[in-house]
Design a protein around this ligand. Structure first.
Ligand code: PMP
Length: 407
């Protein structure tokens, strides 16, 4: 089967059952692929048992499937080994894990750089760490187009920067981060680099080794897998030097009444029963993604993004957030946020919903970014591989109607 939008859409049970739906909110949650759903059902009905505990055959089958899921995630990220993959409940949990575990190796006066463009999930945990441990937190500013302004990067890092934690792609503007420049600057002062890949993963497999970063976080529900599961990838050496974040079953070497010692990574960071079926479902989604022609898909996503940006440019007074010109699509993932004067994004989204258009309006958990761009809220359309021209045409027609109805 070819990878046309219609063929891809047919592989998503919710979309296949709702032909009238124009789903343009994949940046919030992408739809789940049939293979992921099937893998969850198959696991729950044939292999359901706890992992890393049982010695009976059912438990061994569960163990094997769970460890194979780790291998799929490692392949998707081109990680050095499956041992570098930690399953978590999601990107937020992965980011908090680093803020606690790596964070506990930092001293007062050490510096962490985040950016103004971060989702709150990669902002608040670092503020909490600052308040706990007295680290310095310095936000990298953004330019008028929402892209990270790296002109003063070395100055911001100073000589005690230990970590740069930034998004790979903004969930509001879609702007891609210039990772290579950040990694080069970080290496000069011995700082590590954490990328929040939450928005990047639905646009294709990643290569953490080529990017030469240290940590990578993402959520399963944003790359066509189940909710409730995510991944933290960390370089083996970095993970090995970190103490655990949560304590409990599965993460120890030995427990005595007096003290405990820790298992090696990744188990050290997987306290308690992990999201087993969800990790297996996620692996099925990642395996499926790895079979696709991503050059063709990205070209199609870019074309839709361009179609949308050109259509929006015809709306009087509309302000497009992020990289400005249609030919700048390569500067952004297909996430397009805009503001129409005198129309509240919640009202716009409600009128659009009545026309079977699912979009999100609000601050998108990125209040520092919106403040920097001089907006309180905005309407966001996010495009994924199952969207087609009809979705964009419906959105542009829907916006015309919203302007008439709300005027
Ligand atoms: N980072 C970014 C850039 C995001 O877009 C999101 C989700 N909107 C998150 C982190 C948090 O993901 P989750 O809610 O799945 O933990």
């Amino acid at each position: 089967m070819s990878d046309t939008a219609a063929n891809l859409r047919a592989q998503f049970p919710l979309l296949a059952a709702a032909p009238e739906l124009h789903y343009l909110d994949s940046a919030a949650t992408a739809q789940i692929h049939r293979a992921a759903l099937d893998a969850v059902v198959s696991h729950e009905t044939t292999r359901r048992a706890n992992v890393m505990r049982g010695t009976y055959r059912l438990a061994e089958a569960a163990d094997l499937a769970y460890e194979q899921a780790r291998q799929s995630a490692a392949r998707f990220l081109n990680a050095g080994s499956a041992g570098e993959i930690v399953f978590t409940p999601g990107a937020t949990a992965s980011l908090n894990l680093v803020a606690h575990a790596f964070g506990s190796t930092l001293k007062a006066g050490d510096r962490v750089l985040v950016s103004v463009a971060e989702h709150h999930s990669n902002f608040v945990p670092w503020q909490m760490l600052r308040d706990r441990c007295g680290i310095e937190l310095a936000p990298i500013p953004v330019g008028a187009d929402g892209r990270l302004d790296l002109t003063r990067l070395s100055e911001l890092m100073g000589d005690r920067c230990r970590l740069v934690a930034v998004t790979q792609c903004s969930n509001v503007t879609g702007a891609w981060t210039d990772v290579a420049t950040i990694v080069a600057a970080a290496r000069k002062v011995g700082a590590k680099v954490l990328l929040d890949g939450a928005q990047a993963v639905q646009h294709g497999p990643q290569d953490v080794r080529a990017m030469d970063i240290d940590f990578y976080a993402f959520s399963g529900h944003k790359c066509f897998g189940p909710g409730g599961v995510g991944v933290l990838w960390g370089r083996a050496e970095a993970l090995a030097r970190m103490p655990p974040f949560l304590g409990g079953g599965g993460m120890i070497a030995e427990v005595t009444p007096e003290a405990s010692t820790w298992a090696a990574p990744p188990q050290r960071f997987e306290a308690g029963t992990p999201p087993i079926a969800q990790a297996i479902g996620l692996a099925a989604a990642l395996d499926w993604m790895m079979t696709l022609d991503w050059t063709a898909i990205r070209e199609r996503e870019d074309a839709l993004c361009q179609q949308l940006i050109e259509g929006l440019a015809r709306i009087p007074g509309l302000r497009l957030l992020g990289p400005q010109h249609a030919h700048h699509c390569e500067a952004r993932a297909p996430i397009v946020s805009f503001d129409i004067p005198d129309l509240h994004p919640h009202d716009i989204c409600q009128v659009l919903d009545a026309q079977n258009l699912a979009l999100r309006g609000g601050h998108h958990c990125a209040q520092p970014l919106l403040a920097a761009l001089g907006a309180e809220a905005c309407t966001r359309a996010s495009i994924a591989l199952y969207n087609g021209e009809a979705d964009i045409e419906a959105l542009l027609a829907g916006l015309d109607r919203a302007r008439r109805e709300l005027a």
